[in-house]
Design a protein around this ligand. Sequence first.
Ligand code: KIV
Ligand code: ZN
Length: 409
Amino acid sequence: MTNPSINPNQQAEPQQNNPESAMKRIRIFDTTLRDGEQSPGASLAPEQKIILARQLAKLGIDVIEPGFPISSPGDFSAVQQVSRELQNVEIVGFARAVKADIDSAVRATEDAARRRLHLFLSSSDIHLAYQLRKSRDQVVQIAREMVAYGKQFVNEIEFSCMDASRSGRDFVIEMVEAVIAEGATIINLPDTLGYAMPEEYGEMFRSVRKHARGGESVSYSAHCHNDLGLAVANSLAAIQAGATQIEVTVNGIGERAGNCSLEELVMAIETRKSVIGAETGIVTSEIFETSRMVSRAMNFPIAYNKPIVGRNAFQHESGIHQDGLLKNRNTYEIMDPEALGIPRSMIVLGKHSGRHALKHRLAGYGITLNETELLNLYNRFVEKADEIKLVPDDVLIRLASETTETQHD
Ligand code: KIV
Ligand code: ZN
């Protein structure tokens, strides 16, 4: 699927050598309806999940995780309905490494045209000691048995070593080898607590790929949380280190500080494609609509300054920036908001706006002022902006007509 081009007037990005690969196709795995829904207060009814899943399919998501089938009848039914309806997307049944979970995930996804079982089990010593209360040997044994069990029902098995980034590297490698031997096809190495630094996270992928027996025969996925604001950077580092699937949520929604934000990751890849050496199948013109739908359904407001989809992401108040934009949008914009489905960047008129911006805005309404009128309007406009901060167009038009009337008296 091709993406609408971003900033067609922009100069071509400098080509850089990407030693790891040629242009790679990154598969986008959306977990808004599973991990994202774990965000406090963001839970969804099954019907809402179906509506959002349809939109995710329209957005071009490759893999959808619609819920956690064993967790509730509602989630089971949502996963089942999405599996029945969305035949062009791979559907994931999420499960702990426990037979009852696997049975539930397998049943919920049985009508999907393409499905995957996603098993997870912790690999960090702290989780083993306090949560699982099991030794490393026991955990490897469970992982082996449960992958083998799941493999009777499905071909594609994704295995997640939960808390991989805080786990002993040798043990992650041991677990990965064991699950590959039993038939896991996708290995996910999550940064469950959002703790990793990009260098470290990338290095983990390189070393697991290289040292785990069978490590080159499977594909790799990154799943990053945003506790230190590094989820997107870490996901990009994983791509550089060989990951071909990234797990994301719309608006970065998710437990605590959330997950890797779909729109930020996709637009980083799109905007810096030649540097990153990768592309996605996302239909970028659906990004804004998807973001708004998720925000409304989950009753989760989007921060004004949130990259890509925040209210201010494409707004420019400073007069210098507005002036530059009027001459050439690439002076102060690195993405074309229209390619994301966002109505053309509205120049917000406030006290930092210049005369040029006022003139341009009024010209859009067919109002032209001579230089003296414009100067008078500008003086009144600045006073008004001091009073009400952002000046809506109707107020500006009223000020303009008052100004011209005064001129003609
Ligand atoms: O954050 C995490 O580790 C997860 C996995 C279970 C995939 O959500
Ligand atoms: Zn997670």
